[in-house]
Design a protein around this ligand. Structure first.
Ligand code: ADP
Length: 248
């Protein structure tokens, strides 16, 4: 792959659920290029195809038509097992509802993907502790989810997502269950992972102030990309200064 090739390339992607009279076309031809290091927010009304496209991007589902190239590999030519391997190797997932195992410590939750990879216990312990420290949870390794706040639980889920050193973080409404302050703390963390580690981030959100952490905002409507723009950051002081100058 040349440096200029996108990490992710979607061309004419369609997805139809069901068959015959009950068939429903959830995606109607989506073109999207995502480059290594991008931070893309996906917005749009309920039912516009955001979850469908995230499931396809994360190799959890396959499109009905069109082409998905990941690292210049045509994903549709791969077997189910090959796709699963690609997913485990390159993708980390964060969900609105955290999806942590209850009665299992933060450390053990973070180690799970490494157990699936067959990593030895000592390496697993070390990697999990390091990931927890990176999300600001050093000292919380032996707490269970019930002993952690929502924001801390989402931090554990992020540690679990990054412990495998993924290229791409897929986040589906990562702040949907959090209050405003915790939401902004989580977004600052995700942005730091994007900037410091260079993890490519694709995130679904309903909220413009959460999308403002991204560098690109892609708007879906009726199963297609309606438009793309850069986030509008309401709290930009230079914008205030510019309007103050204009207004005077
Ligand atoms: P969003 O995430 O933007 O709310 P979705 O991608 O979940 O939208 O859904 C897009 C459309 O596809 C919706 O109309 C939804 O009802 C439909 N849909 C999603 N999943 C399925 C499914 N498994 N079977 C049938 N229809 C589905």
């Amino acid at each position: 792959m040349s440096d200029a090739a996108p990490l992710i390339r979607l061309r004419g992607i369609t997805k139809t659920y069901g068959q015959g009279a009950a068939a429903f076309q959830a995606l109607r031809g989506v073109d999207l290029d995502v480059y290594a290091g991008d931070f893309v927010a996906i917005m749009g009304p309920s039912g516009s195809g955001k979850s469908t496209v995230m499931n396809l991007l994360g190799l959890l589902d396959t499109p009905t038509g069109g082409e998905y190239r990941f690292l210049d590999v045509a994903v549709q030519t791969l077997s189910r097992d090959q796709r699963a391997r690609l997913r485990r190797r390159y993708f980390g997932f964060v969900f609105q509802g955290f999806h942590l195992l209850a009665r299992t410590t933060a450390q053990e939750n973070v180690e799970l993907p490494l157990i699936y990879r067959g990593q030895r216990a000592r390496e697993r312990h070390r990697a999990a502790r390091q990931a927890l420290a990176e999300v600001g949870l050093a000292g919380w390794e032996h707490h269970t989810p019930a002993e952690l706040s929502g924001g801390q639980q989402q931090r554990v889920a992020i540690a679990r997502a990054i412990v495998t050193q993924p290229r791409v973080l897929l986040a589906d409404e990562p702040t949907g269950n959090l209050d405003s302050r915790r939401s902004h703390e989580i977004m600052a963390l995700i942005r730091q992972l994007n900037e410091a580690r260079g993890i490519t981030v694709l995130m679904v959100t309903h909220e413009a102030d959460i999308a403002a952490y991204a560098r690109r905002v892609v708007h879906f409507r009726d199963g297609a990309i309606e438009r793309e723009d850069v986030p509008v950051i309401a709290a930009d002081p230079s914008a205030d200064a510019a309007s103050a100058v204009k207004g005077s």
